[in-house]
Design a binder for this molecule. Structure first.
Ligand SMILES: Cc1cc2nc3c(=O)[nH]c(=O)nc-3n(C[C@H](O)[C@H](O)[C@H](O)COP(=O)(O)OP(=O)(O)OC[C@H]3O[C@@H](n4cnc5c(N)ncnc54)[C@H](O)[C@@H]3O)c2cc1C
Length: 320
C-alpha cells in the first residue's frame, strides 16, 4: 500500500539532524509509491530543506521562536503540516521533541502513537511498529488501525536517506503564544563523539571496581578509533561517581543503538538493557558465566575484564 509519510524533522546547527535524515531514509523505503515530506521549524529551516534528502516537499517556518522546543507551538505547526501533506503516517525521532509531541499529536488527531520504535516495517500492506516492552526484555509489534499512524522512532533504526533535498517548500505559520516559558538550558558535559552517535559503544559497570577502570574503557575506545567508539556506563557506575551522568545508558539514561555494544562488567539488568537492547551486536565481558547480560549477547567472554580488555587492546593495535 502506498503511504504518504510526514517526517517531523529537527535541526542541528542549521541542518537536518542525523536522526531526521535516518527517518527520511526509512520513509523512502516505506512510502511504496506514496509521498515523503518533512517539517522543519526554527532558524534556517528553509535553507535546511535543501539538505533534507529523500523528501519531495518540506513544510517550513524560519521563526526563531521554534528554536526552543515548546510543545504547544510545535504541535500547531506539525498538525498543519499533517493536514496539508495528507499524511497517513507521521514519523518523529524518539527525542525530547518526539516524547512530548508524539502522544500530543496523536491525541489531537484522534489516533494512536507507537512510542520508542526500533523498527517500522511494511508487512504486506499494513505498517508494523516494533518497540521494546518489559524494560527491553521483549519486543512488541503493533499495527495502528486509525489514520494517521504516529510513531516515534529511535536513532539508528534506519539508514540515512540518499539523494537531493526537498524540491518544494511550503511555508508554515510562525509560532503562536506559548504558556510554557523556558527559563534556561544547560548543555550536558560531554566532549567528543556522543554515545548516541557512535558506531561502537563500550560501557563499563560496577564490576570495574574503581573509577580508574574507565581509563581502560577509554583506551579500548581509542584502540577502535575515537571517531567510531565512545564510552558509556551503567547507572551503578554513574551513581558511584565513576563516570559522568551524561554517559549513562539505560531506562533513566541514554538509549543507544550502535553497530557494536561492548558491555564490560555489567550484569545486564533490565533497566540497563532498555538502553542498549537495540544494538546490532552485543558483546559481553563478565566473570560470572550466569550473568543476565549473556542472554542478550551475541558473543560472550567469561573472564576478568582486567585480563580481557588489555588483551583486546593489544590485538586491536596489531590490526592498525
Ligand atoms: C527505576 C530504575 C531505573 C534504572 N535505570 C537504570 C539505567 O538507566 N541504567 C542502568 O545501567 N541501570 C539502571 N538501573 C539500575 C539497574 O537496576 C542495575 O542496578 C544496574 O544496571 C547495575 O549496574 P551494573 O551492571 O554495573 O552493576 P552490577 O549489577 O553490580 O553488576 C556488576 C557485574 O560485574 C561483574 N564483574 C564484577 N567484577 C568483574 C570483573 N573483574 N571482571 C568481569 N566482570 C566482573 C559481575 O559479575 C556483575 O555481573 C535502574 C534501576 C531502577 C530501579
Amino acid at each position: 500500500m502506498a503511504n504518504n509519510i510526514l517526517v517531523v524533522g529537527e535541526l542541528d546547527g542549521g541542518a537536518p539532524s542525523t536522526t531526521t535524515l535516518e527517518l527520511l531514509g526509512g520513509a523512502q523505503g516505506l512510502a511504496a509509491g506514496g509521498s515523503v515530506s518533512v517539517s522543519l521549524l526554527g532558524t534556517g529551516a528553509t535553507a535546511a530543506a535543501g539538505q533534507a534528502a529523500g523528501a519531495a516537499k518540506a513544510y517550513v517556518s524560519d521563526d526563531a521562536a521554534y528554536d526552543t522546543f515548546r510543545g504547544e507551538q510545535w504541535l500547531a505547526a506539525v498538525q498543519e503540516a499533517v493536514t496539508q501533506s495528507g499524511a497517513n503516517v507521521v514519523l518523529i525521532g524518539q527525542s525530547v521533541v518526539g516524547r512530548e509531541l508524539g502522544p500530543r499529536l496523536a491525541s489531537r488527531l484522534g489516533t494512536a502513537a507507537a512510542m520508542d520504535c526500533v523498527s517500522v516495517a511494511d508487512a504486506g500492506g499494513a505498517l508494523q511498529f516494533t518497540r521494546p516492552a518489559y524494560g527491553g526484555n521483549a519486543l512488541a509489534t503493533y499495527t495502528i488501525a486509525t489514520s494517521p499512524a504516529v510513531a516515534t522512532v529511535r536513532a539508528k533504526s534506519f539508514e540515512p536517506a540518499s539523494g537531493g533535498g526537498a524540491g518544494e517548500t511550503v511555508a508554515l505559520p510562525g509560532a503562536g503564544e506559548s504558556r510554557v516559558a523556558v527559563l534556561g538550558s544547560e548543555k550536558a558535559e560531554s566532549t567528543g563523539l556522543q554515545i548516541q552517535d557512535a558506531a561502537v559503544v563500550i560501557s563499563g559497570g560496577r564490576g570495574l571496581g574503581a573509577p580508574e577502570g574507565f581509563q581502560q574503557m577509554e583506551a579500548l575506545a581509542a584502540a577502535i578509533g575515537t571517531d567510531k567508539a565512545a564510552v558509556g556506563a551503567s547507572r551503578a557506575a554513574v551513581d558511584l561517581g565513576w563516570y559522568p551522568p551524561s554517559q549513562q545508558v539505560g531506562l533513566t539514561g541514554k538509549v543507544v543503538n550502535p553497530d557494536l555494544y561492548i558491555a564490560v562488567a555489567i550484569s545486564g539488568a533490565s533497566q540497563h538493557m532498555a538502553g542498549c537492547s537495540g544494538s546490532k551486536v552485543i558483546v559481553a565481558i563478565n566473570r560470572d558465566k550466569d550473568a543476565n547480560i549473556f542472554g542478550f549477547a551475541k558473543y560472550g567472554i567469561v573472564g576478568d575484564w582486567k585480563a580481557v580488555v588489555p588483551a583486546l587492546i593489544e590485538e586491536l593495535k596489531k590490526l592498525k
